[in-house]
Every structure is written in structure tokens, then in C-alpha cells.
Design a protein around this ligand. Sequence first.
Ligand code: HEM
Length: 406
Amino acid sequence: MTARPVSSLDLADEAFLADPYPTFQRVRSEHPIWWHEGSQMWLVFSHEQCNSVLRDRRFGRIWSDREPAERFEPFNLLHRSQMMENEPPQHTRLRRKVSTAFARGHIERMRPRVRELGVDLLERVDGAEFDALADFAEPLPVLVIAELLGTPSADVWSLRNWSQAIVKMYERPTPAAEIEQAALDASSAFADYLRELIEERRGDLREDLLSDLLRSQGQADETPLTDDEVLASAILLLNAGHEASVNVFGNGLVALLESPDQWQRLVSGQVPIRLAVEEMLRFDSALQLFERTATTDVEVAGQIVARGERIGVLLGSANRDEAVFGAPDQLDVGREPNPHLAFGAGLHFCLGAPLARMELAESLQLLTSAYPELSLNREPRRRPTFVLRGYVDVPVTTKERVKPDG
Ligand code: HEM
């Protein structure tokens, strides 16, 4: 074993947040694994190590309630009973139930609807200048996941606000007390809202995901979903189902508009949209960090990660690893192959990847056809967060609009 390389990386540093990639590149070249004092966990930066940790069953997503448990109960309730925070056998059971409901043709059924919603949003922003985030990239996935689950469209902005408050809890460094309180209030309000909707829907089952989850409760099965599991799974789908998609599109669009030659390759039809979507996912990862806990002592790149210690997998760094990607800091919409880790790997690989890919492809297709001459209006503003990387706004300007075909 070599001595523990200790990293003093400041995850809140402004320059680092503005562009973490040169730091990642340097850190990767120095050591494959670091102990991070700030967050008291190990960090891995290379594609190889990130991929291997995510697939290694000795590392798990082991949920432990936030303390004091009484205060954090509303937040804990939404996490302890869902697939993402559990390992087998609980994970297998929860994921199987949700994916059965998810697979029932919901995604392909949604494609024309996604297009329709996108066209409608673009109709509304008709004008020379708009915010591609607030007016397009943000509402689209929110509307889609809400509709898929079967929540009334009038409520989508409450869902979006609750979700935004809750996900701030996943940030590093640990959030301030007022952010915690806002997340707790949002967790309670979200749970109350959904409990009411679930009761209503139980008496009026429809063709939506929530109804499918409720139907599965009634099927002969030795382990039907409990009410808390239906609630936590629905909230997981609502949150995971849009948070990342908004920022993948925002980050990717900024990268595209900052490389007009790449934008033109799409506008001209020279490169298939599906390849550009993969590059948007890779280039500026919307989700930078996921954590695991060692369930036994594990050796990683010459260091022992002791049982009970945590390890952070830096997806954004893995996706810029020069050992895997040629010219990793260059946006190349035609990049192929593109083995990025934006959807994770292994047991917890993103359940929503097919939906996310479809939404991103439809969104990009619509925007490139409607606004072939789109450009940035001014410098977009970055959000000062590390784990969920995104922009506050993406102000764009356009010359002439081509009417999108609905
Ligand atoms: C571009 C958008 C998206 C990205 C980049 C993304 C990324 C990820 C990643 C990296 C994970 C793995 C987490 C881990 O290993 O700890 C994950 C898990 C998950 N995602 Fe996504 N996601 C996206 C969209 C969606 C959508 C649209 C949905 C669903 C409606 C969704 C639902 C889930 C669920 C349920 C899990 C947990 C899977 C499990 O624990 O087995 N995601 N996602």
C-alpha cells in the first residue's frame, strides 16, 4: 500500500465551479484515488476507477437516516423506501416493480406527446430573445414526467419547486441550515400532496404510472409495495425524472452554441441527433458526484477503502478522461463510440435513460429545426453548485424562426 494521497480540493471554490475540468485532469494524472478531507470520503476520478467502483457489489448505496432522525423524518421517509438508496434484495424488488410499470409502453407512447409539448413551448417563446432554460429545457421534462406519472398539469410548478428544494440536500459541501429547512418543508408538502393524489387515484385507476404502481399493490404477490414505497417511488421518479434532464440540455446547449461549427453540423443534418445527445451527456455532466459505502475492506488502485468508508465517483471527470476519449475537452457531436458514464453503471444504472434520451433527442431536433441560427445572447450564469451542475439561465437570440412541424 502506498501512503494515502490527501486532497484539499475545495468543491465550493468559484473558479473550480466555473470550470472543474482542468483540475480533474491534473488530479487524475497525479493519483487514481484520493482521500478528500472536506467531505471525509475517498474520491475516484478516472473512467476506469469510476466504472469499476459503480459495478463493484462490495460498494453499495447504503441509506442511513439523517440525524436528528425526528427532525429529518420527512426527508428520510422519501429516501429509505426507494430503489436508489437500497441494495439487493430490497433494490431488486423495488426496481422490478417500478420498471414493470415503466416498461408498459409508456416511453414510446410519449414520443409524439413530447414533440407536441415542445412545439407548444416554442410557439409561446416566439420572439427574438428568450431563455432557453426557463422557456424550453426546464418545462419540457417537468411536464413530461408529471404527465407520465399522472399528476395534474396545474400542479407541475409545485412539483418542480419541491424537487429543487429537496435536491439541494445532495450538494457538497453540506448545505446550510436554511436550505435544510426548506428541503424538509418541501419533503412534507410533497408527501402530503402525493398521499392525497394516491388516495384519489386508487378509486379511479387510469393509464398512467401512478395507477400502475397502485395496480401492482393489488396483484397476488408475496411482497406488494407498501404505501410508503409507492409514495417514495413516485417522488423518486418525479425528481430523478426531470432534474438531470433539464441541466443536461442546458449544459449541452451552451456547449453547442459556444462551438457554432458543431451546432451547424446538426442543423445541416450532417450528424445524427442521437450521437449529439450522447455528447451532450458526456461533455459537461449535469450530475457530477455519486457516493457508495464499502460493505467490506476493498482495495482500489493500491489503497484500502475500509468497511464503512464512503467513496465518491466523479462522473464529470470520468467523462473527460483522455485514456478513453480522444480530445476529451472538445465537443464533438459526431463522437462515436462514446462510452460516457452519465447514466452511471452497474446495478443502479439509470432506469430513466431511454426516456431521457428520447426527450433530449426530441428537444434538440425541435430547437435545431426551429432556430437554425440560434446563438447565445450573453454569457449564461452558472449555478454555484457542484453535484448538480447547471445554469441559472441560458439567454439566446434568434434571427428567423422556421415553423416546427408538429
Ligand atoms: C439526462 C437525464 C438523466 C441523467 C443524466 C440521469 C443519471 C442517472 C444516474 C447517474 C443514475 C445512477 C445513480 C447511482 O449510480 O447512484 C441514475 C439513476 C436513476 N435514474 Fe436517472 N438520469 C436521468 C434521467 C432520468 C429520468 C428521465 C428518470 C425517470 C423517470 C430517471 C430515473 C432514475 C432512477 C429511478 C434511478 C435509480 C436507479 C436504481 O437505483 O436502480 N433518470 N440516473
